[in-house]
Design a protein around this ligand. Structure first.
Ligand SMILES: CC(C)(COP(=O)(O)OP(=O)(O)OC[C@H]1O[C@@H](n2cnc3c(N)ncnc32)[C@H](O)[C@@H]1OP(=O)(O)O)[C@@H](O)C(=O)NCCC(=O)NCCS
Length: 185
């Protein structure tokens, strides 16, 4: 399965992505907002990429690249034990602040609503993550609660703000955009 947007390609992770993945994730400013360890090692990446070769129809992890194949980041949606699709999104430091995060977030929502046929998506952000908060609010996500999560890189519990995006709110936002989205199965 592949998704193509104006500037990006979303594809399955390959074992050969290992060095690019380490380069992307071995970044404290990135992982402090997520649940990966820091430092992020080659072994962490090998373990992750090996799992990705076993993914099934409830587990979607995408490597996101430029059209020329450079790794921009990653995103995922996978069904958890509570029956909800959850996942994350991250952008390599070199590509941040250029609208790529927004492009990935929008494509991910479109995939969730059009392909997975979800009625709403649950997301979240650690309470200090202003960027993610702004990005989600712009798209129509609403804050619905908070919980505690453990951040391995900070070695502490952090407050996670829980957000939800309803299909109808996303559809309103999407109509205002000139967005390219092509899904090939
Ligand atoms: C969060 C993240 C994905 C955003 O990606 P990005 O490519 O840098 O973001 P974009 O350039 O698309 O910006 C999108 C929006 O984010 C917000 N934003 C971006 N930079 C910001 C900043 N420095 N401060 C506050 N908000 C900011 C704005 O709403 C921006 O919209 P704008 O066009 O009106 O400025 C990226 O910073 C990242 O990978 N962070 C580390 C991992 C992470 O936090 N993941 C999300 C966990 S919930």
């Amino acid at each position: 399965m592949q998704i193509e947007t104006k500037r990006l390609i979303f594809r399955k992770w390959k074992l050969s992505d290992v060095d690019d993945l380490v380069d992307c994730l071995n970044d404290f400013e990135l992982v402090k907002n997520m649940t990966m360890p820091f430092p992020y090692t080659k072994n962490d990446a090998i373990e992750f990429l090996a799992k990705r070769q076993q993914d099934d129809k409830n587990t979607y992890y995408f490597a996101v690249t430029t059209k020329s194949g450079e790794l921009v980041g990653g995103t995922s949606l996978s069904l958890n034990k509570d029956g909800e699709f959850r996942g994350g999104i991250y952008v390599h430091r070199k590509f941040r602040g250029q609208g790529y995060g927004q492009e990935i977030f929008i494509a991910r929502a479109k995939f969730a609503f059009d392909y997975l046929k979800l009625n709403e998506i649950r997301n979240g952000f650690f309470e200090f993550n202003e960027k993610s908060k702004n990005m989600q609010q712009k798209m129509g996500y609403k804050i619905v609660g908070k919980t505690k999560n453990y951040s391995p890189s900070l070695n502490s519990e952090v407050v996670e703000i829980i957000t939800k995006l309803k299909k109808e709110d996303f559809d309103k936002y999407y109509k205002t955009l000139d967005f390219e989205f092509k899904l090939t199965t």
